[in-house]
Design a binder for this molecule. Structure first.
Ligand code: R5P
Length: 293
């Protein structure tokens, strides 16, 4: 099998190659003067090709790149039916919360079928249901316990910042054999303002991991940490798969006294956040799924 990589962090490229032992291929890419992208795949093989494309910023560009890559492979008559999308952008808008809104996950991913894609492997996508509703075989990798073990973090309890993230807390806590629960989050759909209630959870003097899929502004985590400290927690770590962060995000999390952010390498973090952000290479988890496929 050949792993076709264009839009993935360099640590993933190295890991697919050296740790997992896959042959890695990078398409030829260029940008036309008008800004449009061009892809050419010079791959003469009858081996199965799996495209791995992480859709981190610039998301729109990466999505077009994915379509171009799949079409190029289709043109070569060599399209595997599996695509790996470590970070699936546009996945959070998976419902029409307000009348007239676009369900962006549907708008973006249903057309992958045109290129023969039948199976999508993601890492901690916001929700699996839309992919299944669109008729894909969908495998989602939840990496939090792997990331916690990789960093040697010892925790007493896992908390999800809202009910929607509870399945992550359950998965992690069962693997680590610790307690788990979720907080009550409310988001004003018009202003975007968040409030979080600690439900008087028993967190006194405990070391807590708050687990989530994405961190963007840091608002959810900061509000969650404030609520959990108010209830008497000792230390709080954020364990979040995809970090779409800026310096402003980090400042928000510092203010909320979060000890460290532990995150996966599904996104290229192009700012040096020193030791405070611990990035864990989760490529071996993807390779394990591909090998058992
Ligand atoms: C929301 O449901 C997601 O799971 C994340 O909690 C949210 O998108 C994080 O965004 P932010 O860091 O901007 O609060």
């Amino acid at each position: 099998m050949i792993v076709c990589l264009s839009g993935v962090p360099i640590s993933m490229v190295n890991s697919f190659n050296y740790s997992c032992g896959y042959s890695v291929y990078k398409p030829f890419r260029k940008i036309f003067p008008d800004g449009e992208q061009y892809i050419r795949i010079e791959l003469k093989t009858s081996d199965k090709v799996v495209v791995v494309q992480s859709l981190y910023p610039e998301q729109d560009k990466k999505i077009v790149e994915l379509y171009l890559t799949l079409e190029a492979l289709q043109g070569l008559g060599n399209i595997g039916n599996t695509v790996v999308i470590p970070y699936a952008a546009y996945a959070r808008q998976d419902k029409r919360f307000l009348l007239g809104e676009c369900v962006s996950i549907k708008a973006l991913y249903q057309s992958l079928k045109l290129f023969g894609v039948e199976k999508i492997i993601t890492v901690d996508v916001h929700s699996s249901k839309p992919f299944k509703d669109m008729g894909y075989i969908h495998i989602d990798i939840i990496p939090h316990s792997y990331m916690i073990n990789a960093t040697g973090l010892k925790i007493d309890m896992v908390l999800a910042p809202d009910k929607g993230a509870f399945h992550r807390a359950i998965d992690v806590a069962r693997k680590l054999n610790v307690e788990y629960d979720y907080l009550d989050k409310y988001r004003d759909r018009i202003t975007g303002e968040i409030s979080i209630d600690n439900k008087s959870l028993d967190v006194k003097n405990k070391t807590i991991a708050i687990v989530d899929d994405i961190i963007s502004t840091g608002g959810t985590l900061a509000k969650a940490a404030e609520a959990v400290y108010r209830a008497g927690a000792n230390k709080i770590y954020a364990v979040v798969t995809h970090s779409l962060i800026s310096r402003e995000t980090i400042n928000n999390l510092f203010k909320a006294n979060i000890e460290n952010l532990i995150t996966a390498n599904t996104i290229d973090l192009n700012i040096d956040f020193s030791n405070w952000v611990k990035v864990v290479d989760i490529t071996p988890m993807i390779c394990e799924v591909l090998k058992s496929d």
